[in-house]
Design a protein around this ligand. Structure first.
Ligand SMILES: CCCCCCC/C=C/C(=O)SCCNC(=O)CCNC(=O)[C@H](O)C(C)(C)COP(=O)(O)OP(=O)(O)OC[C@H]1O[C@@H](n2cnc3c(N)ncnc32)[C@H](O)[C@@H]1OP(=O)(O)O
Length: 303
């Protein structure tokens, strides 16, 4: 669904006002409160399972890409296709994102996509990362991250791009933008999304140190909104969604747009430059070496 305002291609269909068409905002918002039989629509691909309950308008998306739900080019493509389908489905008003892999929400960008590849590949990969963020951060749906495992870097970005984050209480789980630990730098739109959630000072310290925060600390700094036992996660996510859906869609969506527009506009205005920056940065020998050492360290940790 292309917007009335011209956008750099490809056109991100779910991006909020002024990009998305006002006709999309209505969705099921003002439906009379009749009791409808529960109806489920399911679609799935190799990496992601989506279940849409058409009576409540709530979709649940489960990442299922073993071993660690890393965000490969294939994963990002499937993710964007799924988001687009839901965004364009008038029966869908809210999305809960969670993982089907035990202990891991998402391990972030697939490091192998950023290592030893051509510049064309890096550009294609980075455009896909941007596209994912544009669609999720700019989504007109209510979005809730039900974080049932560790969520470093790109995984944390997915959670940060949602409207609300609920994380499972577990001393082993961590979340954060740890790019600096890999010798790489989170781009400005990762940083802006983080700052908009936790504030400048907390973000600055966390980014500079590449911190992965344990769950309790993540809650204390506002990186996650709520912490619950594993068995309560789905129930809590459903309750949060119900609370957000109780408002008229147009009012919530315009408010969301007002809060996020500056960051989305900034990224769209610098999208091509950002791709060139990424390609130049990631192609450097020193950065390739850092990534290689990091992968080695992950492997050693196992043995
Ligand atoms: C202008 C320039 C801008 C550049 C910006 C770039 C922004 C980058 C964003 C990112 O997201 S970078 C990725 C950051 N991710 C991480 O640091 C996570 C690394 N992984 C882990 O910490 C752990 O793997 C885990 C997720 C906590 C899971 O631990 P667990 O013990 O359960 O599994 P492992 O044995 O460690 O891993 C299994 C298997 O998966 C491989 N792997 C893990 N993470 C990644 C990944 N992000 N990409 C690719 N592959 C990954 C790991 O090496 C293991 O592989 P095998 O040894 O089994 O082959």
């Amino acid at each position: 669904m292309c917007p009335s305002v011209p956008l750099p291609s490809p056109c991100p269909p779910g991006i909020l006002f002024p990009y998305s068409s006002p006709q999309l905002w209505g969705r099921a918002a003002l439906q009379p409160p009749v009791l409808l039989p529960t109806q489920r629509r399911t679609f799935s691909n190799n990496k992601i399972l989506v279940e849409l309950d058409t009576s409540s308008g709530v979709a649940t998306m489960k990442f299922k890409s073993p071993p660690v739900n890393s965000l490969s080019l294939d994963f990002l493509t499937e993710f964007c296709i799924s988001l687009e389908k839901l965004e364009n489905d008038r029966a869908c008003r809210a999305l809960i994102i969670t993982s089907a892999i035990p202990r891991i929400f998402s391990s972030g960008l697939d490091i192998m996509e950023m290592f030893g590849k051509s510049t064309e590949h890096y550009a294609e990969f980075w455009r896909a990362v941007q596209e994912m963020w544009l669609r999720l951060y700019g989504s007109s749906m209510v979005t809730v991250a039900a974080i049932n495992g560790s969520s470093p870097a790109g995984g944390c970005l997915i959670a940060l791009s949602c409207d609300y984050r609920i994380m499972v209480e577990n001393p082993k789980y961590v979340i954060g933008l740890n790019e600096a630990q890999l010798g790489i730098v989170a781009p400005f739109w990762f940083k802006d999304t983080f700052v908009n959630t936790v504030g400048h000072r907390v973000a600055e310290r966390s980014l500079q140190l590449g911190l992965l925060h344990p769950v309790t600390e993540a809650h204390q700094i506002g990186l996650v909104d709520e912490v619950v036992p594993e068995e309560k996660l789905q129930e809590k996510a459903a309750a949060v969604v119900a609370q957000w859906l109780a408002l008229p869609d147009h009012a919530r969506q315009l408010t969301k747009s007002m809060m996020r527009k500056a960051v989305l506009d900034h990224m769209l205005a610098h999208r091509e430059e950002d791709i060139q920056n990424f390609v130049k940065f990631i192609s450097k020998d020193s950065i390739q070496k850092s990534l290689s050492m990091y992968m080695e360290m992950l492997k050693k940790k196992k043995s």
